[in-house]
Design a protein around this ligand. Structure first.
Ligand code: ADP
Length: 170
């Protein structure tokens, strides 16, 4: 691999980071000099957590994986990738339902920046069904999420939903 290809960016909402996201990074980080988990802040209004909260949780959850960093970006992923001189965009694929979205994004990014490659990695079987969305739903209804998210996220979800229910009651 040429030098520029040894830096990868793993973009997404990460609202919040799950063990599925962490699994992708654990598996792929050794193949790169540096991997930046990039939190897109464009969709901030829809998020349960602010981009800063997501970044703090991700940093804590990934601190034991060498070469992994966390950043926040408002704008096109390819602009960030070019800015830091990375060559690869990493994405994960779970079900067939992810496929079309990932295909469209990869082709759009190729059109915008032909020199950047998208690498799609299959989710591990144990995390195939884990998404930030389902984790939030389970936590909202008091279900156990300790096997689905890092401990720091479990704590933050409990706090967030406790705050929400207290605001609704008052
Ligand atoms: P986005 O809103 O861009 O889809 P997400 O934070 O949901 O961002 O996901 C970021 C990337 O991680 C996406 O490529 C997504 O398919 C992938 N991903 C999400 N959950 C998992 C999982 N459980 N296993 C593997 N990849 C995953």
């Amino acid at each position: 691999m040429e030098k520029a290809r040894r830096v990868a960016v793993y973009p997404g909402s990460f609202d919040p980071i799950t063990l599925g996201h962490r699994d992708i990074l654990t598996r792929l980080a050794p193949s790169f000099d540096r991997v930046v988990l990039l939190i897109s802040s464009n969709r901030q209004k829809d998020g349960l957590f602010t981009p800063e909260e997501r970044a703090d949780m991700a940093r804590e959850a990934l601190k034991d994986i060498p070469g992994v960093e966390v950043a926040i970006h408002d704008g096109l992923t390819v602009d960030y990738v070019k800015k830091i001189g990375a060559g690869v965009i990493l994405r994960g694929l779970r079900a067939v339902t992810d496929f079309e979205y990932e295909l469209v994004m990869a082709n759009m990014n190729k059109k915008l920046a032909p020199q950047i490659e998208t690498m799609i990695v299959f989710a591990s079987p144990e995390f195939y069904y884990v998404s930030s969305k389902t984790v939030k739903e389970v936590a909202l209804h008091g279900g156990k999420v300790s096997d689905l998210v890092p401990a720091v996220v479990e704590k933050a979800l409990l706090k967030k939903f406790r705050q929400k229910s207290e605001t609704q009651q008052s």
